[in-house]
Design a protein around this ligand. Structure first.
Ligand code: BTN
Length: 218
């Protein structure tokens, strides 16, 4: 897979869109830093030097929100780092965010944007970096291993991928608050799959396409 390496860019997801406009497919855009890194829900993703910022472009499929966090967790495992997946696709260690994923569909393609805190300074106390773990992982080595694992999983059965995702989910079977665009609901997480999260609210089970999850302690 072709990897395009940039010193600095506004956002690797934005750059990926420009290349899709030129009809490119199946590539990775990697940047040393981003001046306008974007997160989910219109948030900013602070992207100073030292972190790993890249976007992957593929044909459209609904597998990526499940497959991508799983492939990140599996890659971290190779480097002896244990991480969890917080719904929908944040990667956390000790409940702090190590990595975020922004998946956007564009034309008939999907852009999978991944940001991982490596040696960049993380300013939020809800975030964590590889540096904080007192271990060293080479960013490029991580990227190559990630792509290997990602492509290996792409060939697997969808339900097997989902089952593995669930093993690393810190959200499944938890009491959560789910923040939706127009309301907040509270319930017990019964299931997660390719099209959303199922909550038990009172004696009803309700499925929501996505949302922001806050884990509650019981
Ligand atoms: C989130 O947790 O809100 C998602 C963060 C995604 C950040 C990555 S960094 C590479 C790619 N380019 C962007 O502008 N955003 C994604």
């Amino acid at each position: 897979m072709e990897i395009i390496v940039l010193k600095e860019i506004d956002s690797t997801n934005n750059y990926a869109k420009k290349l899709i406009d030129k009809n490119k497919n199946n590539f990775v855009v990697l940047a040393n830093k981003q001046t306008n890194g974007r997160g989910r829900l219109d948030r900013k993703w602070i992207s100073n030097e030292g972190g790993l910022y890249f976007s992957l472009v593929k044909d459209f499929s609904d597998i990526y929100p499940i497959l991508t966090p799983l492939a990140i967790v599996k890659t971290l495992k190779l480097f002896n780092i244990d991480a969890k997946i917080k719904f929908p696709n944040d990667i956390t260690i000790n409940n702090k965010k190590l990595s975020g994923i922004l998946i956007e569909s564009y034309k008939d393609r999907v852009i999978i944007g991944i940001g991982i805190n490596f040696y960049n300074k993380v300013e939020l106390d809800t975030a964590i970096s590889i540096y904080d773990l007192n271990t060293f992982v080479d960013r490029l080595e991580f990227l190559f291993k990630f792509l290997e694992i990602f492509n290996k999983y792409l060939k697997k059965d969808k339900n097997q991928i989902l089952d593995e995702y669930k093993k690393y989910s810190s959200t499944l079977n938890q009491k959560v608050k789910l923040i939706l665009p127009n309301k907040v609901v509270e319930g017990f997480v019964r299931d997660i799959d390719f099209d959303g999260i199922t909550l038990k609210i009172g004696d009803r089970e309700v499925k929501y396409p996505t949302g922001e999850v806050v884990h509650l302690r019981i």
